[in-house]
Design a binder for this molecule. Structure first.
Ligand code: 13P
Ligand code: SF4
Length: 349
């Protein structure tokens, strides 16, 4: 078997041979062994922006999950090729909204609400869902701009359908002053709307999806930290449930969390509720601060972790040999319709 040093050397030599023809964006949740080679590191908003801005790289090897690589393919030119080092690097949240279920839901919601509803989708969704949203006048959102995008949606229509993460949708609408009892839940399996207030008072319809990583942070975790480390500030990602966000001190996107820690005084203490690779990296980068994971067992994203050094090397070397096996291509008309939704977001970000 190859040693880590040998694999790293092979990555370095492909990077050297391809130079500016190769561009490697890496999401904050990626493993250190991969992220050390990325040309740009960021949250999903930043990575969508850098993909849209880069017009010179011929090969974009996306270290992240499938929906991010799809977004990169949609936002780059026809000549640029996007690759995902392991095709099994999906996202369980994105998989919770399929296009068949979404069309079925939309038909029913149109019957109930007529033309008073606009769809928004978290970028953590398939290209087909983004295309559906784009075609119906809506936009994508990320955890960095969710409040801005939800506010925008309310300038367009009376109510909105938020796909596929109920928690980001609920936390965002709540911060904007929408009462919890005026948010309904769309159950895609039962194909039904679950609501407390009269239909006409519903402002937000939340798709019943979630992130299986961030759902592992619980109110009990928060209570435990409060008891054991009362001086710690608790900061979580808005993919955590409303109860967890409410019990914490701060909530925000990956970039927000990093900024807070970076700007905190030496000696400050934090318990962080987000993905494990990022939390470990933050701990390592801030030896002057006391930092722990909000969940003591840590929460790893299994699909992010599928991008490891051996897959990365194999993908890079196959590109040089013109193997297209790891290429991500979003077909028309999905690509153009999805781009409508992404461009509406990028224009406002
Ligand atoms: P952000 O990068 O927008 O913070 O999203 C987190 C996430 O779950 C990505 O899969
Ligand atoms: Fe999907 Fe959650 Fe993993 Fe992000 S952390 S890729 S939302 S499962």
């Amino acid at each position: 078997a190859m040693t880590t040093a040998e694999l790293e050397e092979r990555v370095a030599s492909v990077k050297q041979r391809l130079g500016k023809k190769l561009f490697i964006p890496g999401h904050h949740y990626q493993k250190d062994e991969v992220i050390q080679f990325s040309d740009a590191t960021g949250d999903s908003l930043k990575l969508a922006q850098v993909a849209a801005e880069n017009t010179e790289a011929e090969y974009i090897v996306f270290c992240g999950v499938h929906f991010m690589a799809e977004t990169a393919d949609i936002l780059t030119t026809k000549q640029q090729k996007v690759y995902l080092p392991d095709m099994r690097a999906g996202c369980s949240m994105a998989d919770m909204a399929d296009i068949y279920q979404t069309n079925r839901a939309w038909t029913k919601l149109q019957e109930l609400f007529g033309d008073t509803i606009i769809p928004l989708t978290y970028v953590n969704s398939t290209a087909a869902i983004k295309a559906f949203v784009g075609e119906n006048g809506g936009a994508t959102v990320t955890s960095s701009n969710a409040e801005k995008m939800v506010s925008w949606a309310f300038t367009q229509k009376e109510r909105l359908l938020f796909l596929p993460d109920q928690h980001l949708g609920r936390n965002t609408a709540y911060n904007l002053g929408v009462p919890l009892d005026r948010m309904a839940i769309w159950d895609p399996i039962k194909n039904e709307l679950v609501h407390e207030c009269p239909l006409e008072e519903i402002k937000v319809i939340l798709w019943k999806g979630h992130c299986s990583v961030h759902e592992n942070f619980t109110v009990q975790n928060v209570e435990q930290v409060r008891k054991q480390y009362p001086h710690m500030k608790i900061i979580v990602h808005p993919e955590c449930s409303r109860e967890v966000v409410a019990a914490s001190d701060l909530a925000g996107s990956t970039n927000y969390i990093i900024d807070i820690i970076e700007n905190a005084k030496s000696g400050s203490a934090f318990a962080i509720g987000t993905e494990m690779n990022l939390v470990n990296r933050i701990i390592k980068d801030h030896p002057d601060k006391q930092i722990i994971s909000l969940n003591p067992y840590m929460c790893a994203c299994l699909t992010m972790n599928r991008i490891d050094l051996p897959h990365f090397v194999w993908c890079l070397e196959s590109i040089e040999q013109d193997f297209e096996s790891n290429r991500i291509i979003v077909e028309e008309p999905i690509a153009s319709n999805a781009k409508l939704a992404l461009d509406r977001m990028l224009a406002l970000s």
